[in-house]
Design a binder for this molecule. Structure first.
Ligand code: AP5
Length: 235
């Protein structure tokens, strides 16, 4: 991983490089909120789900190995996830601070992350757990769609483009839905979250970097709560 350094900000200044982890079950709003924090604070969103979907689409060996696991709602092996993440972390734009969206998801990934950061003299600034009820998560996942061009997220009930059929962010007019956003797969993903990822909440609590946010409110109110945390921990 390249060294992170303090950076000049687009809109709001963060005085030191941050390593933020966004945790939460599928549909908690990790991707939605990570993109909002990216826009607001100039941090870079690193989503292992997006990286893996990119590998699947590109037909790389990692993507071929991950595809069936993702389709079934299980967790891809630590080895594959770390391989795709390390490639991305080596790119220069992450030097200003990162939001890890959906990573780490296992104890092994958490330990590997600590090792990667330590090489740059860094550690996790905050692990933010988005707390959401299981049934709300199923509804959020089932109604989700994204802009095919820029990835901006929308929802059939909770977030429409301002102009119907046109992406607010890039003006794109093509949208797509994820293959793993069926109710059945969403329940499998939720089980994987409770069994393998939720224990990391206590892990980061023991390390004194845990923050929790009630993510049952609307997108703007969750964003306000997260923004306040980022302002506080970066002061
Ligand atoms: P990943 O892509 O990370 O999926 P996920 O964790 O299941 O999370 P989602 O993307 O479904 O939800 P989100 O929390 O980002 O919600 P969003 O903001 O989109 O992983 C996919 C798969 O890849 C995994 O199942 C696994 O196989 C593999 N994988 C990835 N990382 C891995 C790792 N580290 N290790 C092993 N395997 C890995 O919001 C959802 C919808 O709700 C949107 O439509 C949004 O508009 C709406 N919404 C958001 N917030 C609100 C709100 N407050 N109120 C109302 N609606 C809202």
């Amino acid at each position: 991983m390249r060294e992170l350094g303090a950076h000049s900000k687009t809109s709001e200044t963060v005085s030191k490089p941050l390593v933020l982890i966004l945790m939460g079950p599928p549909g908690a709003g990790k991707g939605t909120q990570a993109r909002m924090l990216e826009d607001r604070f100039g941090l870079i969103q690193l989503s292992t789900g997006d990286l893996l979907r990119g590998a699947v689409a590109a037909g790389t060996p990692a993507g071929l190995a991950a595809s069936s696991v993702m389709q079934a709602g299980g967790l891809v092996s630590d080895e594959i996830v770390l391989a795709v993440l390390q490639d991305r972390l080596a790119e220069p734009d992450v030097a200003h601070g990162v939001i890890l969206d959906g990573f780490p998801r296992t104890q092994g990934q958490a330990a590997a992350l600590d090792g990667l950061l330590a090489r740059s003299g860094l550690s996790v600034t905050a692990a933010i757990s988005l707390e959401v009820e299981d049934e709300a998560m199923i509804a959020r996942v089932a109604g989700r769609y994204t802009c095919a061009a820029c990835g901006e997220g929308y929802h059939d009930d909770f977030k429409h483009p301002v102009k119907a059929g046109v992406c607010d962010k890039c003006g794109g007019t093509a949208f797509k839905r994820r293959a793993d956003d069926t109710a059945e797969t969403a329940r499998a993903r939720l089980e994987a979250y409770h069994a393998q990822t939720a224990p990391l909440i206590a892990h980061y609590g023991r390390h004194g970097v845990l923050e929790t946010v009630d993510a049952m409110g609307d997108i703007a109110s969750v964003g306000s709560a997260l923004g306040a945390i980022v302002q506080r921990i970066s002061a």
